[in-house]
Design a protein around this ligand. Structure first.
Ligand SMILES: C[S@@+](CC[C@H](N)C(=O)[O-])C[C@H]1O[C@@H](n2cnc3c(N)ncnc32)[C@H](O)[C@@H]1O
Length: 350
């Protein structure tokens, strides 16, 4: 039954903020606070997938408060979804970084995502310029955690904070540079020619803009304008977007009403209802190279090896095959490029 299935972002029945509960869309500020809370959901899901053996990520534990108890354990289908989404994005990002010469990543709504630590800890980054953007409250939280944690501090080196404290960065020498911006992405919509909103942004090197469940929270026009901000400035550009689709079927309706009960709306769900619409979205935004959108279900089937599936299945067992199919069919990973050929993307099974 679709109504008994949680979505990948959160668990069914989890309450929203007092301001938003039961009132559909909340007051804009309360809405922002609710959206910021989705980062905690993502961090808890990541740790659950690590704890249950799906993912290896020594950094995930630092971004979830322990409260003295064991980590929250998500349902097996949620863990599998987190695994598939994380490894798919890793694969697309790795392929992008595989190219020759210096590269830049811009992660929109990065939250307390750990990909940046995994990447810089792994080395072989050769001058990588890595930007993360999220609301100020989230970027400040990330800085506090990094500063207070010896393992993360070792990876990120010495941190410099901007005078107005909205932006922090770190020069990692030959390994590259890291920039974390406390910025509401909607400010990019009317940025005009201004370059100052994202200090350190390079416009002269191949860049990958990643939205792992972020642009879906913006109004469709705003989400398009954010992509256009980068598109208009950077010649060699790729993008990878992960977000839900198919709001119009029975499962999708439950998914959107669960979100609405928490005061969350996802405008792009209605604007780009299918994977094909997501491909069209990227083409219309000017990405004409390797444009592709695949559901999490298709990625699980085609990108995860049989050996890996066997390993993952042995972790907890997954009886809810039908529920998994439904859930995984409602999330999509879309990617595309312009002025840039990402060889590895052309070789992915589809
Ligand atoms: C579901 S979380 C995903 C976090 C991270 N990308 C991940 O996958 O683990 C969505 C993130 O997008 C951020 N976000 C949403 N709207 C934003 C906006 N207008 N400006 C900056 N960040 C935003 C939220 O604060 C939150 O951290």
């Amino acid at each position: 039954m679709p109504s008994s299935i949680p979505n990948l972002l959160t668990l069914r029945g989890r309450g929203g903020s007092r301001a938003s509960r039961g009132r559909g869309r909340a007051h804009p500020d309360a809405h922002d606070t609710t959206i910021q809370g989705t980062d905690t959901d993502a961090a808890v899901s990541r740790l659950s997938a690590v704890h249950c053996g799906y993912l290896t990520d020594p950094y995930a534990q630092f971004f979830v408060s322990a409260d003295g108890g064991p980590p929250t354990r998500r349902l097996p289908i949620i863990n599998r979804g987190t695994y598939t989404r994380t490894t798919a994005l890793d694969r697309l990002v790795d392929a992008f970084l595989d190219g020759r010469g210096q590269r830049q990543i811009v992660s929109l709504g990065a939250g307390t995502d750990t990909r940046v630590f995994r990447r810089f800890a792994r080395g072989e980054t050769e001058g990588l310029v890595y930007h993360e953007i999220d609301f100020e409250v989230i970027s400040q939280k990330k800085m506090r955690i990094v500063r207070g944690n010896p393992m993360l501090s070792r990876i990120m080196g010495e941190i410099t904070v901007s005078e107005d404290a909205t932006y922090w960065s770190s020069d990692l020498g030959t390994r590259g540079e890291y920039h974390c911006h406390g910025l509401d992405l909607r400010k990019l919509v009317d940025a005009g020619e201004s370059q100052a909103l994202i200090p350190g942004l390079r416009t002269d090197i191949p860049t990958l803009v990643v939205s792992e469940c972020c642009l879906c929270y913006l109004a469709t026009e705003q989400a398009a304008a954010v992509l256009a901000y980068f598109h208009n400035r950077i010649q060699s550009l790729g993008t990878v977007i992960y977000e839900p689709v198919l709001s119009h079927d029975a499962f999708g309706k439950v998914m959107t009403s669960n979100l609405a009960a928490r005061g969350i709306s996802m405008p792009t769900l209605d604007s780009y209802p299918t994977p094909t619409d997501q491909e069209k979205r990227l083409s219309e935004a000017g990405f004409h190279g390797s444009v592709k959108a695949m559901t999490v279900g298709d990625i699980w089937r085609r990108w995860v090896s049989e050996d890996e599936k066997t390993r993952l299945d042995s972790l907890e067992g997954l009886d809810e095959v039908e529920e998994w199919e439904l859930l995984a069919g409602h999330y999509v990973v879309a990617w595309g490029s312009k002025g840039l050929d990402v060889q590895g993307w052309n070789e992915l099974p589809n």
